[in-house]
Design a protein around this ligand. Structure first.
Ligand code: 7RM
Length: 634
């Protein structure tokens, strides 16, 4: 198989080659694809503006490289195995040929509904194969998809629709999640009350939940494809044409639309999937992420499919109807590579080993984790009890912005080490800097993680606001991409990610800006001001601790906290609900009005002495009052 690394020596060799001559390295990988016109130049870049272009003037379509490329060799191979939320409902197996037909047909349907190359389409759907069809159909005709996690609120959805002026929304009547059925079409209807760009809504029937179909605007998926041809010639795209936008939280209030383009993203997700997971042609690969996150884009849909892999898609949740559900699915389909998040591992570990007992799990060859730092405890449990000590764990570090995995072991090829993402993939050049931007060279150092050279899968801009992209990622440290993560390089040169160094909280692998949550809390009319910090949480990794100054004149503290949680749920979504709320008389602020989160973080974990210098505080007494009230947090 082209471009697969087989040995540790091979890794070292490829890594060196990728640094010495990136153009040769990446063009040899890109050559394994079908290009309608070859690129003129491999790479043009500078990290000031920034401007990054890969495979310049190359012409291609990413779906050509999934379907037309594999049709003769893998047409009958399962592309998607879909397991529904309810174990009683039959699963589906969709071959590459069948997925190709569905993609072409839906691509034609989108065109028939007036969609053209460059139009933005929001996908707000459950984990059903049609969600992948929707993404691929957009890519086929050059429409830009923006998948929004179907757990987000109407308000979050309308913000995203407005930010990219989406012309269409793809959704479903409802979403089965564990024991619940969530009426997501209602959420879309509410979101569309505060948007004006959306002309059409296509609704996939999943739950048979009654919905209100707006005449002239809403159309059922099955009606949209009725009588539509299953043949379609893919649009010719430039390497640097936008493939998708995915919104992600940062340290400011408003989520950013991360933009990925066609050629580089294709090459990068293909290469990283192949090497990190060491996927073999007959393997069944399962990533448990939702397609609303970048992991779902790169490692459920594009990466696996560009490798002609069989990718398992699961509609449900880890613990429904029982905490052995994941292991049941592994055995049912003889899953070989299993990729999940530390938060899921910890949640399942909490049930003990009993739920594992009925299952053999002997098909497993590779285990993966992503989304947040994994603690050693959870790593060992995963390794010993799920992998039975036989399976290497790939702890994959990457971001929405990076498009694909940057630092990770290659399964069975390079060494693993508990809680370490270990080594950069070929083509990835990490650098650690101190707060002044000085490079920390050599081993046994700790600092801010930056990347000093482009890789094909990296973000190109933030939608509609390039300056924000520069500000957020390229301005802290001159000439470097700043990840926002702290990192340690140990005595052997292995990387351990230490978590965010900015105001981003990582709850169960989902990024949340403190400002974003505060803005939502402040929407409650009785909240005067609030400050939010992360604190260690046994299952979620980090929990949200909110300090709020409130008007309690006409309701109980308990009721107000309930209402605040409801408000946050409505504005962002249930995942942003604070785990703890403490009503406080004031917040520790500097004379310039900046909230000293450092102090609030310490109080949240019960460290109530040794605050360092608090003399710059406007009102140092407030700290004492917050400490006194700590037990009222709930
Ligand atoms: C893929 C994804 C990105 C942030 C990132 C880190 C954290 C992700 C790991 C990790 C430690 C890991 N994209 N993170 N993977 N921390 N070890 N293996 O999660 O944009 O949603 O989040 O997640 O802080 O900056 S993301």
């Amino acid at each position: 198989m082209a471009r697969r690394i087989h040995t540790l020596a091979g890794y070292i060799h490829e890594y060196q080659r990728s640094v010495l001559n990136p153009d040769d390295f990446w063009s040899q990988i890109a050559e394994t694809f079908h290009w309608r016109k070859r690129w003129d130049k491999v790479l043009e870049w500078e990290f000031e503006t920034p401007s990054v272009k890969w495979f310049l003037n190359g012409k291609l379509n990413i779906t050509d490289n999934i379907f037309e490329r594999f049709l003769y060799t893998k047409g009958d191979k399962p592309a998607i195995i879909w397991e529904p939320n309810d174990p009683e409902e039959p699963h589906k197996v969709i071959s590459y040929k069948e997925l190709y037909k569905q993609t072409c047909q839906f691509a034609n349907a989108l065109k028939a509904q007036g969609i053209q190359k460059g139009d933005r389409i929001i996908i707000y759907m459950p984990m059903v194969p049609e969600a992948a069809v929707a993404m691929l159909a957009c890519a086929r005709i050059g429409a830009v998809h923006s998948v929004v996690f179907a757990g987000f609120s109407a308000n979050s959805l309308s913000d995203r629709i407005n930010d990219c002026s989406a012309k269409m929304v793809l959704t479903s009547d409802g979403n089965f999640r564990g024991a619940k059925t969530i009426p997501i079409k209602d959420v879309v209807d509410e979101a569309l009350e505060s948007t004006s760009s959306v002309e059409k809504v296509i609704v996939y029937e999943r739950t048979k939940t009654p919905v209100n179909m707006v005449p002239g605007r809403d159309i059922w998926w099955h009606d949209a494809i009725d009588g539509i041809s299953t043949e379609n010639t893919a649009e010719t795209m430039d390497s640097e044409d936008m493939l998708f936008i995915l919104y992600t939280s940062g340290s400011t209030g408003k989520p950013k639309g991360i933009v990925h383009t066609t050629g580089g993203y294709m090459v990068y997700t293909y290469y990283t999937f192949k090497n990190v997971f060491q996927y073999r042609d007959e393997d069944i690969y399962w990533c448990t992420a939702d397609i609303g996150w970048i992991t779902g884009h790169s490692y459920i849909v594009y990466g696996p499919m560009l490798n002609g892999a069989t990718t398992l898609m699961f509609e449900g949740v880890p613990t429904h109807p029982h905490p052995g559900r994941f292991w049941e699915i592994v055995d049912k389909f003889k899953v070989n590579q299993f990729y999940t998040a530390p938060t899921a591992i910890r949640a399942l570990e909490a049930f003990g080993n009993e739920p594992l007992q009925p299952y053999k799990l002997d098909s497993l060859k590779v285990l993966g984790t992503v989304g947040e730092p994994i603690n050693e405890e959870a790593w060992h449990w995963y390794h010993d009890h799920v992998g039975k000590g036989r399976c290497p764990i790939v702890d994959t570090w990457w971001q929405t912005e990076t498009g694909g995995i940057l630092i990770s072991p290659l399964a069975g090829i390079t060494p693993t080490k508990p809680a370490y993402a270990t080594l950069p993939l070929p083509g990835v050049q990490p650098i650690i800097v101190d707060n002044d931007g000085n490079e920390l060279k050599g081993n046994s150092v700790e600092g801010n993680l930056c990347i000093k050279f482009p890789w094909p899968g990296m973000l190109r801009t933030t939608y509609g606001d390039h300056e924000r992209c520069r500000q957020t990622y390229f301005s802290q440290y001159k000439g470097l991409y700043f990840t926002g993560d702290g990192v340690k390089r140990d005595e052997d040169g292995y990387y351990r990610i230490l978590g965010r160094v900015d105001d981003v909280i990582n709850v169960s692998g989902h990024r949340m800006g403190t400002a974003e949550v505060e803005n939502a809390i402040n929407e409650h009319p009785k909240v005067i001001e609030s400050a939010v910090v992360g604190y260690p949480h046994p299952i979620k990794g980090q929990g949200i601790y909110a300090y709020a100054i409130c008007d309690l004149s006409d309701r109980s503290e308990e009721n107000l906290k309930k209402e605040i949680r409801l408000t946050v749920s409505k504005i962002i979504g249930p995942i942003a609900k604070p785990d703890k709320i403490q009503i406080v008389p004031g917040l520790p602020k500097t004379r310039s009005g900046k909230i000293m989160r450092r102090i609030l973080r310490k109080i949240a974990v019960g460290e109530v002495d040794n605050f360092g210098d608090i003399s710059t505080l406007l009102d140092p007494d407030v700290v004492e009052k917050i400490i006194e009230g700590k037990d009222t947090a709930s």
